[in-house]
Design a binder for this molecule. Structure first.
Ligand code: G3P
Ligand code: CA
Length: 248
């Protein structure tokens, strides 16, 4: 009596703030993450790379040119140098002085409030980055939680295989921007828990194939009403969006 039956069809589509709330704030900054949480994000999507002195930093491009007031490669600056850059003004003067966060700061400030979808950006440029990320996550016991609160993703399959071997308890995801074939999906399912397709690649065949290989699918990146409308028709496990208010 009174016991609610849980069915296997219970399904909640996760809302994931792309680089925080990239449509409203300068991407990958604290104001952007705060805004995404205010807007109801289940996860923040962040991009990580290494500074010249080997600190894990959160920035999308390999160059600082587009999102700061400086020019050059992320890997040619120390963390202190990156930290002094203005990562807000390019978006709007309102955000002048917003800084490039370190990975540790993002973990300590946000991981107890929201899930994190951590993208290793061009990890082949940063040998050893998988081990460094694994250490930071293990230090905070994220590997003992047994859930998908932290997901590590990349376009680079070798990097994700390596990460999976280091910390099999933390789920990894492969990003794809082309329609994958059956063999490829099977190979990815050997080590990955997610196969995350670009929104253009989403169709019934692809999503069914991902699910029938016991993986989940997070589609990226919704930037318009039209894109959000298309994705509504598929049983996705999550959607990454610049504008979280476009997804339900
Ligand atoms: O989460 C997927 C998405 O972030 C991948 O593309 O270029 O925005 O990092 P990009
Ligand atoms: Ca990303």
């Amino acid at each position: 009596f009174g016991i609610k039956k849980m069915t296997s069809t219970t399904h909640k589509m996760k809302k994931i703030g792309h680089r925080g709330a990239a449509g409203y704030c300068p991407e990958n900054t604290f104001p952007s993450y705060d805004r995404a949480i205010e807007m109801g994000a289940d996860y923040l999507e962040i991009d990580v790379q290494l500074s010249k002195d080997g600190k894990i930093v959160v920035i999308h491009d390999s160059l600082v040119d587009r999102t700061t007031d400086h020019k050059g490669k992320v890997s040619d600056f120390t963390f202190d140098e990156l930290r002094k850059m203005d990562a807000g003004s390019w978006f709007s003067q309102k955000f002048r002085g917003a800084c490039i966060p370190s990975f540790e700061e993002v973990l300590d400030k946000y991981a107890d409030r929201v899930g994190l979808l951590i993208e290793l950006k061009k990890p082949s440029l940063y040998p050893g980055i998988e081990k460094m990320i694994a250490e930071e996550l293990k230090k905070r016991n994220f590997h003992t939680k047994g859930d998908d609160h932290i997901i590590v993703q990349s376009f680079e399959t070798e990097s994700m295989k390596r990460f999976h071997e280091l910390v099999p308890e933390i789920p990894v995801a492969i990003l794809i921007n082309y329609p994958p074939d059956t063999v490829e999906i099977k190979n990815i399912a050997e080590y990955a828990s997610y196969l995350n397709p670009k929104w253009t690649v989403v169709n019934k065949r692809v999503i069914d194939l991902i699910h029938s290989n016991r993986m989940k699918a997070i589609a990226w990146t919704v930037r318009s009403r039209k894109e959000a409308e298309k994705l509504k028709h598929y049983p996705l496990d999550g959607i990454v969006a610049d504008y979280l208010d476009l997804i339900e």
